[in-house]
Design a protein around this ligand. Structure first.
Ligand SMILES: *[C@@H]1O[C@H](CO)[C@@H](O)[C@H](O)[C@H]1NC(C)=O
Ligand SMILES: *[C@@H]1O[C@H](CO)[C@@H](O)[C@H](O)[C@H]1NC(C)=O
Ligand SMILES: *[C@@H]1O[C@H](CO)[C@@H](O)[C@H](O)[C@H]1NC(C)=O
Ligand SMILES: *[C@@H]1O[C@H](CO)[C@@H](O)[C@H](O)[C@H]1NC(C)=O
Length: 615
């Protein structure tokens, strides 16, 4: 890929930007952009960790028959391998800016490759940070030159907050420390904690549970192994199979090591900078500071008990209106009726309601393998004897090791619900506990869900359209909300409902847009049912207009105040994060909602050519 023909790029001035008070707007075409020698000096100051970005599929655009290309093609949908490379995003949306892209056709990667491999939204340069000092130096450098900063950790982000065209990227993937404290007292505090885990910014969920499992502990991770749990997960919420037992990831936090905009390294906790600690426990990643270490409560390992049910729906191809499908209605109603009891008893749930089948997992971490059986006995009887269901798989399972439970969830029928290496649109809503407490509430809830399915399947035309995901993985027994800045809507809710759809490179922009639109529309019946309610900030619709209330709830004003205190110039900024500059900030021109025409990342200039021009 990169820029063989750069004269054009250098000469063509980008549109003049009217920026108001928006800061950090230097573009590579402007005089404020560092010279080659300034970049080199910076590189030396960080021990040579400045890197030139290579988009993941670059080898295929260079030579489709090369071994390097075949490797890319083979692993195109593999989340761990995508996460291990700066030049790949988990969702293709965020590799693209306007018509600039370097995509492969996800399902048939070696076909249809033509045109130029461009950076799209990826930064031309990134810093491969290993130490806190690399971070401080990078913050100072971007402030000196007024360059936009982006922070990328590990795993997916459904708003693309980890990538910004023409920014300098700070990549924290390689911060891989792992440690255990039998006893721990946060800096400056008197509180004593036991069994505290400590991880560097780039530790993934898989690395965390693998390490702590050998020490006899569980970690409150989510469903996807590639997620960096100290990043947007651990700063924005973090739900998963242990949520109903122990709460969100942010609930486990006892201390963070962060570098604030002023370059200061701080150990923040309930005693030091408690306002910042509160905000970073739920206010979102990439917003307040660069987090380098995360210390959190571990939990003694117990077996993971699972009730797993998968079934096809008889006559599914004849269903034209899901609101009238008795099977769908009865299944979702039974689920809703049982939910309060399950949540109160620490049972977590993953339920995928497809147009033609259902997959339902009820999960209870417990030494007592009988509890889950009795809690789900009615549900099991109901499903097993339902004449509209063709049971494909049904089992009570007990996994002594967390890693064995994870291995079980990697079966395609479950894992495919978290597909990456494709374009993705999604929208979600948290459903309050009150709805589950009356017959009328349950009826309204089920109606809204089935309407969502109907809208998703008629408006959406992508893979996954028509399928509703129901997560009962939140902090249903951890209602104390004063210590974390996370969206209060989490605390009182029993379900997180998500609708979405997938697009491929071969889908035209119009189709991509309609899949995005369908996700937002599908969630509307759930919104109408929950006025003033919310959505998990990491699993929402990036087009959400009412984003402050929806993603942050009544905490927004306080979160913004803390943001202004620690980051007065807006050094840290991302799409619909606290302190977001608005859709018209030209650095968000790649998002469809922006009024600006897309300004993709400017490729690096070849020094010789630049010199010729300067002569
Ligand atoms: C930064 O320095 C290292 C070590 O000298 C070098 O390998 C790397 O290519 C340099 N980065 C850039 C962008 O020039
Ligand atoms: C769970 O669902 C089944 C099937 O609808 C029902 O028989 C049972 O009463 C429900 N349990 C509760 C606690 O509502
Ligand atoms: C679970 O059982 C094991 C083995 O009997 C025991 O050592 C452990 O303390 C129990 N854990 C809990 C949380 O009850
Ligand atoms: C830009 O920086 C100035 C201080 O240098 C600050 O007053 C202003 O609020 C900043 N703008 C944004 C959008 O953060």
């Amino acid at each position: 890929m990169i820029p063989r023909i750069l004269l054009l790029a250098v000469i063509t001035a980008l549109p003049a930007l009217v920026l108001g008070s928006v800061n950090y707007t230097c573009l590579p075409t402007q005089n404020c952009w560092p010279t080659s020698s300034e970049w080199q000096t910076f590189n030396r100051s960080i021990g040579g960790k400045l890197r030139v970005t290579h988009p993941r599929a670059e080898p295929c655009y260079d030579d489709v028959s090369s071994t390097a290309c075949k490797d890319v093609a083979t692993g195109y949908l593999a989340s761990k391998s995508r996460a291990s490379q700066y030049g790949a995003m988990e969702y293709l949306n965020f590799e693209v800016c306007g018509s600039d892209q370097c995509l492969l056709n996800s399902l048939d990667p070696l076909t249809g490759i033509h045109g130029t491999c461009s950076l799209g939204r990826l930064s031309a340069y990134y810093v491969e940070a290993h130490y806190a000092d690399d971070v401080s130096k990078t913050l100072a450098f971007v402030q000196q030159h007024q360059i936009r900063l982006s922070i990328k950790n590990t795993g997916h982000d459904s708003f693309g907050r980890s990538v910004t065209a023409n920014s300098l990227a700070l990549w924290t993937y390689n911060m891989k420390d792992l440690g255990y404290h039998k006893a721990f007292t946060p800096s400056g505090c008197k509180t004593h904690y036991q069994d505290i885990g400590e991880i560097g910014a780039g530790i993934s969920a898989e690395e965390a549970y693998t390490f702590f499992e050998t020490l006899g502990f569980h970690v409150t991770i989510g469903a996807i192994g590639s997620v960096g749990i100290a990043g947007g997960f651990g700063q924005g919420g973090g739900h998963g199979p242990l949520g109903p037992s122990y709460g969100l990831m942010v609930d486990q936090a006892v201390e963070f090591e962060v570098i604030t905009a002023d370059g200061q390294l701080r150990l923040i906790n309930e005693c030091n900078d408690p306002d910042l600690f509160w905000a970073m426990r739920g206010g979102g990643g990439g917003t307040y500071a660069v987090l380098t270490r995360y210390k959190f409560q571990l939990h003694p390992a117990v077996p993971i008990n699972v009730y797993s049910f998968e079934a096809g729906i008889f006559g599914a191809s004849l269903i034209h209106d899901f609101t009238k499908s008795m099977v769908h209605r009865q299944v979702v109603t039974a689920l809703a009726k049982n939910q309060t009891t399950w949540s109160n008893n620490h049972v977590a749930g993953y339920n995928f309601i497809y147009p033609d089948r259902i997959i339902s997992l009820q999960i209870l971490p417990s030494n007592d393998t009988e509890i889950l059986k009795s809690l789900t006995a009615d549900w099991n009887n109901f499903l097993s004897s339902h004449p509209g269901l063709r049971s494909a798989q049904k089992a009570y399972l007990t996994f002594d090791k967390f890693s064995d439970y994870i291995a079980f969830t990697r079966r395609p029928s479950i894992a495919n619900n978290g597909i990456v290496g494709v374009g993705l649109a999604e929208a979600g809503r948290l459903m309050p506990r009150e709805l589950f407490s009356t017959e009328a509430g349950i009826e309204n809830l089920v109606d809204a869900f089935l309407q969502g399915m109907q809208i998703s399947s008629t408006l959406g035309t992508g893979l996954g359209s028509g399928t509703g995901q129901i997560y009962a993985t939140g902090p249903s027994n951890h209602i104390d909300n004063t210590k974390t800045g996370v969206n209060p809507a989490w605390r009182g809710s029993l379900w997180e409902i998500v609708f979405g759809g997938v697009w491929l490179k071969t889908d035209a922009q119009e189709k991509r847009d309609s899949i995005q639109h369908a996700a937002g529309e599908a969630i509307k019946p759930m919104k109408d049912l929950t006025p003033g309610g919310g959505c998990y900030m990491n699993e929402g619709d990036w087009m959400e207009q009412d984003w402050q209330q929806t993603f942050f709830g009544d905490n927004y004003a306080q979160l913004l105040e803390v943001k202004r205190k620690y980051d007065p110039t807006g050094l840290f900024n991302c799409w619909k994060c606290v302190g977001f500059n608005g859709e018209d900030d030209p650095f968000y021109s790649c998002y469809g909602q922006s009024q600006n025409s897309p300004i993709p990342s400017e490729p690096l200039r070849v020094p010789e050519l630049v010199q010729q021009i300067e002569l």
